[in-house]
Design a protein around this ligand. Structure first.
Ligand code: ZN
Length: 719
């Protein structure tokens, strides 16, 4: 009797499709298959198999089982869990899990090796070639080694004296050497490493917060947990998640140093064939350590025993487009499904994680001392109300003086401003018009390097016009406020001799470029680095002793749930860049709000006090982690259709205890790419099944074709 295969496809459809299993194909859950859908052939995964006749549609046969490719049961379970949690269809999560499997296979490389057969004719050149080709070698390398032309080599191939071998290209990772030992740990590190090693040996699920100030040496501690995991079980695998591609090179290097081999690397900048190789190596267990961005969480690990989420507080773990998920939270879920240990590391843990640690759900390991001789930098506030900035300048005199002293001692400064480009706003001084994109209500940001005005929301860009598009006045457009490029301009005017660089996503386009800039800063080849948040994380610059925060208030404006928390975290990270080695460091924060609790807590270096105050406020308002939030964003170009839909949705809110629905209201970003946007905000008590509520609500209103609706559980962006 033939079976019905339920196939999940990476498509926005609510359920698996039924197909007939051909005789002898012998499918099992998790197997990757190709199936026909309409006129297309798609790659899908077997979710389940059942005996019987009649499926949910006329049955077509599965075309092919893709050999060597399968999702392990826990990976499949994780995909389904993530989809339900995000109130999305399984296909959206599945497409992330299959990204590597659907990537093109790498092209095989040609190697030559002496076959042992004696060539028809022997010459000195031919003998040199055969001597140099005892091991497989590429044609060009062989020509160089034997100092012969390509023709000589081709003749030997034709004679059968050289075999042509096709091999897979180097996958970029190696086998970890477990005989190597780690760095000398200080007592605080050693105590934490011992606890983690103990948890690895005990086995099973547990979650740990590894909490230590910047520079306390968290990486060395989790490296020991990784070593214990790999040693405990010869097939165990380790996953390290990082919030930024720019950080991966440094962490890869640490792992390579510790284990004598590079880990697998997974993020959007890795070429597709290389991702295919890694996907397969993770699935067959030959890759044992992966360092990657959030989507690495969806790789097909067969025996994942340790997950590390470094800089766990970082907002970049929240994926905001396509399939919406919070990788830190899903890492804990995956660890549970895998019966694994998960370590969340941070100097400034998120409110959610701290709450879990305080309530005993997570084990809490504190690293107190800064590693080696380094001490935390002094943090001082510069009150911009009493220390006014000169017109058109963004650096106050006390900051400039500190920079001059630092430069004079041959040490480095980092100026931090979380704003790309030259100026965040361009307006016409004749008519007051602000430059905006034609289809989006957001200011255009001036970029001087490219001479363009760019919308950071949509990527729209145009050359900076010579005359005002509104009133036609010429030379009337003025740049308002600073971005990193403008701060760089001021620094170069003030310090004409200094070597100044900008670190932002506009100047550093690739992981390689980031690695290069970080290496130059580390080597002392830059005196003053002007940087966005890309440089505020994780890097270790031995000669950096001064951090200046140009606009410490920036993150506090706009006021969303996490504004204060995020500002605090970012500024601690930024000021923590200073004085990580022998020299004492100093951080100066320019602010108009010196009394603000964030500024006071930073000055006093009182993280726990700040978090406790913030926690009390959240508890009072029953906001996360004391309650749960979800956002519903509907958008569309057709305003009547959009209004009708949001009204229908408002009328269809299910009755539920402990849930409040606010809205619909215009979103703060009310027009993006020609689409109007409306928002609802849902607040629920922790006891409520929020996903069940949202799914039921979603099903009650039919979405018009022109409207797109997104359910965002635990929103981070309130735009
Ligand atoms: Zn004008």
């Amino acid at each position: 009797m033939s079976r019905i295969a339920e196939i999940l496809l990476p498509l926005p459809v609510p359920e698996a499709f039924d197909y007939a299993e051909p005789e002898g194909m012998d499918l099992s859950p998790g197997a990757l298959v190709s199936v026909p859908l309409g006129s297309r052939t798609l790659t899908g995964v077997v979710a389940a198999l059942r005996d019987g006749q009649g499926g949910n549609r006329p049955l077509k046969p599965v075309l092919e089982r893709l050999t060597g490719l399968a999702l392990p049961p826990t990976t499949l379970a994780f995909v389904l869990w993530a989809a339900r949690y995000s109130v999305d269809v399984p296909g959206a999560a599945l497409s992330i899990a299959l990204r590597g499997a659907r990537a093109p296979r790498p092209r095989q490389e040609r190697r030559l090796q002496a076959s042992g057969a004696v060539p028809a004719r022997t010459t000195p050149a031919r003998s040199r070639v055969l001597a140099a080709a005892q091991e497989p070698i590429s044609g060009p390398d062989l020509a160089i080694a034997a100092q012969v032309s390509a023709g000589v080599i081709k003749g030997l191939v034709d004679d059968g004296a050289l075999n042509v071998i096709l091999i897979d290209p180097d996958p970029g990772f190696g086998v970890p050497d477990l005989a190597l030992t780690g760095a000398q740990l200080n007592p605080s590190q050693a105590a934490s490493a011992k606890v983690l090693t103990g948890l690895v040996q005990t086995g099973g699920f547990s979650a740990v917060l590894l909490d230590g100030v910047t520079g306390s040496g968290k990486t060395e501690v989790y490296l020991e947990a990784a070593a214990a995991t790999l040693a405990q079980d010869p097939t165990a695998q380790v996953l390290v998640l990082l919030p930024e591609i720019a950080l991966t090179q440094a962490v890869l290097a640490r792992f390579e140093q510790r284990f004598g081999a590079r880990p697998g690397e997974w993020h959007s900048a890795i070429a597709l064939p290389r991702r295919r190789q890694l996907w397969e190596a993770v699935a067959d267990g030959s890759c044992r350590i992966v360092v990657g961005a959030r989507s690495a969480l969806f790789l097909p690990f067969t025996n994942l025993k340790l997950i590390i989420v470094d800089e766990e507080h970082d907002g970049s773990y929240k994926q905001e487009e396509g399939f919406i998920y919070q990788a830190r939270d899903l890492a804990v879920v995956r660890a549970k499904l895998e019966n694994a240990l998960v370590v969340l590391a941070s100097a400034t843990p998120s409110m959610e994680t701290l709450w879990n640690a305080e309530s005993g759900r997570y084990r809490w390991l504190k690293l107190s001392a800064r590693h080696g001789a380094a001490v935390l930098p002094d943090i001082d506030l510069i009150d911009l109300r009493s220390t006014a900035l000169e017109a058109g300048r963004w650096l106050s005199l006390p900051l400039v003086q500190a920079m001059a002293e630092t430069y004079g001692r041959g040490e480095q400064s980092l100026l931090f401003l979380n704003r790309r480009g030259y100026a965040p706003l361009v307006l016409c001084k004749a008519c007051g018009e602000r430059m905006t994109a034609p289809d989006t209500e957001s200011w255009l940001v001036e970029h001087r390097y490219t001479g363009r005005l760019i919308c950071h929301l949509t990527g729209f860009s145009m050359p900076k016009p010579k005359t005002c598009p509104h009133c036609g006045a010429s030379d009337s457009l003025v740049s308002i406020g600073p971005g990193v490029e403008r701060v760089e301009e001021e620094v170069k005017e003030r310090f004409p001799e200094a070597r100044v660089e900008v670190f932002s996503s506009d100047t550093v386009h690739s992981a390689e470029a980031a690695r290069e800039l970080v290496a130059r800063m580390t080597a002392g080849e830059i005196d003053i680095l002007v940087a966005t948040q890309a440089a505020a994380k994780g890097h270790n610059f031995p000669n950096l002793t001064l951090v200046g925060v140009v606009d410490a208030d920036l993150g506090l404006r706009g006021g969303d749930l996490r504004a204060a928390e995020r500002t605090f975290q970012l500024l601690v990270q930024a000021s923590g860049r200073a004085g990580r080695h022998e020299r004492a460091g100093r951080a100066l924060l320019q602010t108009y709000l010196p009394e603000h609790e964030v500024m006071q807590a930073l000055k006093a270096q009182d993280r726990d006090g700040f978090m406790a105050a913030e926690m009390a406020e959240r508890e009072l308002a029953k906001l996360p982690p004391f309650g749960r939030l979800a956002a519903v964003i509907a958008s569309g170009p057709d305003i009547p259709a959009l209004d009708a839909y949001v009204q229908a949705l408002a009328a269809a809110v299910p009755n539920a205890e402990g849930v409040e629905v606010f809205g619909p209201a215009d979103a703060p970003q009310a027009l993006v790419r020609g689409r109007r946007r409306k928002r609802f905000l849902v607040r629920a008590d922790r006891s409520v099944d929020l996903q069940g509520f949202l799914s039921a609500w979603r099903a009650r209103a039919k979405v018009p074709n022109s409207v797109r609706v997104v359910f965002d559980v635990d929103p981070y962006s309130f735009l």
